[in-house]
Every structure is written in structure tokens, then in C-alpha cells.
Design a protein around this ligand. Structure first.
Ligand code: ATP
Length: 234
């Protein structure tokens, strides 16, 4: 479904990603793990078209998309939930969700997506008229994921969904991530909480200094002594 080959990208003269190659098979949850500053956000932003690669390819459903503008990549079925959530804080939950559907022109089906998000996150339904600024961190993350779903993606890119969120809500959000996947959406999840990410994912990649240094099934990664020591606190 998503195929990233030898991707290189950076900021000005600073190269961050070096020959990153990874795959997300259709229907899978794939975890991208790594320490602070490893380049995970840069990788997601480059896949989503927010940054241009300096070399390499991104293909989605067999179609090259590394040269497409970000909104066109959303239209192809790839939606990013960014690390800082980037919500419109003075707008309501409902208004933020509506903006997630900006590439679509099918009012009846947008309504269905809207109901789908409220079924998935009842807390958002209860707070539909509340401005985003007044939501808790966990609720804001739910809204960011909900807004991503409003584009009706086939692949959702999630950047650190657990960041700054109380442990109980993190578990709730990851349960919903599992449900979103069971409903047919593939996911590439960047996470520092390796344990929870590898519990939901079937495949994982580890990034260090802009390179993929380890990859394999989630089970294999969980039992790897290096991963256990560096990321699982064993
Ligand atoms: P974190 O989990 O802390 O977000 P990350 O693995 O997502 O880390 P990136 O945010 O992709 O890492 O950052 C990778 C490198 O690129 C870091 O050295 C960072 O300082 C640098 N970097 C990120 N954004 C910019 C920017 N806008 N301009 C210059 N350098 C940047």
C-alpha cells in the first residue's frame, strides 16, 4: 500500500533522513520507533507531502506521490495527524471536524464520517460545541485523529498519539486505533511509547539518526534485547 524507498530529506543543508526504506502493507498497523530527534516526524511529514524529499520515492497504491502537493496526497487517501495536533483552538469540535473534510465534496457521506467519528469518540460528541482550546490533552488528540478520519483515509499517519496524555487516556486512544484499523484503515504510527505501539502494531521499524536500523514483526522486536533495553525498560 505505502512504499517508501531510499527516502532522503532534511532542512536546508542539514540532511536528516538517509535512505529510509519502509513498507505499510494494506490493512496493517506499522510502528515507527526511535528516540527524540531520530527523524520520525521528518519521515511522516515527507510522506504526507509537507516536505520535499531530496532523493528517493514515496508510492501509495502503486502511484508515485513524492512530487504531489500535500492536499493531493490527502485526496489519494493518506491523512496525517501531526505531532502538535495543529487544531484550530478557537473553533469548536464540530468545526474542526468539518475542516478535516476539506478535500471532499460529498455532503451526505461527510455526514456519515462525522457520525463515525462521534461513535468512535463519544467524548467528542458530548463536547461537540466546545472550543478545542478547552479540551483536555487526550480529548484534543481524539479530535486530531477524528479530523484526520474526516478525510476518509485509507492510510492514517499518526505522529506520537500518546504525547503529553494521561496513561488511562493513552490506553483508550490506542484501543480506538485498533478499532480504526479493524474497520479497514491502515496505519503508520510514530511513537516513543514502544510498548503500547508494539502491542497494537504487527510490524515495526526502528529509526536512529535518520536511518532505519532495525525492522521486523512486532513480536520479534519485543523480544529483541536491544529494543528491550533501549525502548521497553526491561
Ligand atoms: P521527536 O520525537 O523529538 O519529535 P523525531 O524523531 O520526530 O523526534 P524530528 O522531529 O524529525 O525527530 O527531527 C529530526 C532532526 O531534524 C532533529 O535533529 C531536529 O532538530 C531537526 N529538525 C526538525 N525540524 C527542523 C526544522 N524545522 N529546521 C531544522 N531542523 C529541524
Amino acid at each position: 500500500m505505502l512504499s517508501v524507498t531510499n527516502l532522503c530529506a532534511g532542512y536546508g543543508l542539514v540532511q536528516v533522513l538517509s535512505n529510509v526504506t519502509l513498507f505499510v502493507p494494506k490493512g496493517a498497523v506499522v510502528a515507527l520507533l526511535g528516540a527524540n530527534g531520530a527523524g520520525k516526524t521528518t519521515a511522516l511529514n515527507t510522506i504526507a507531502g509537507l516536505m520535499r524529499p531530496t532523493a528517493g520515492e514515496v508510492e501509495f497504491q502503486g502511484k508515485r506521490c513524492s512530487a504531489l502537493p500535500a492536499h493531493e496526497i490527502v485526496r489519494q487517501g493518506v491523512s496525517l495527524v501531526p505531532e502538535q495536533r495543529e487544531l484550530f483552538l478557537s473553533m469548536t469540535v464540530e468545526e474542526n471536524l468539518k475542516l478535516g473534510a476539506y478535500t471532499r465534496n460529498d455532503p451526505a457521506e461527510i455526514r456519515q464520517s462525522h457520525d463515525f467519528v462521534f461513535d468512535m469518540f463519544p467524548r467528542l460528541a458530548e463536547r461537540r460545541n466546545q472550543v478545542a482550546r478547552t479540551l483536555s490533552g487526550g480529548e484534543q488528540q481524539m479530535l486530531a485523529i477524528g479530523r484526520g478520519l474526516m478525510a476518509r483515509p485509507e492510510l492514517l499517519l499518526l505522529d506520537e498519539p500518546s504525547l503529553g496524555i494521561a496513561p488511562l487516556l493513552v490506553r483508550e486512544i490506542f484501543e480506538q486505533i485498533r478499532k480504526i484499523n479493524q474497520l479497514g484503515v491502515s496505519l503508520l504510527v510514530v511513537e516513543q511509547n514502544a510498548k503500547i505501539a508494539l502491542d497494537v502494531a504487527s510490524i515495526g521499524y526502528v529509526m536512529e539518526n535518520g536511518r532505519i536500523t532495525l525492522q521486523g514483526s512486532a513480536e520479534m522486536l519485543k523480544s529483541d534485547p536491544k529494543i528491550q533495553e533501549a525502548y521497553l525498560g526491561v
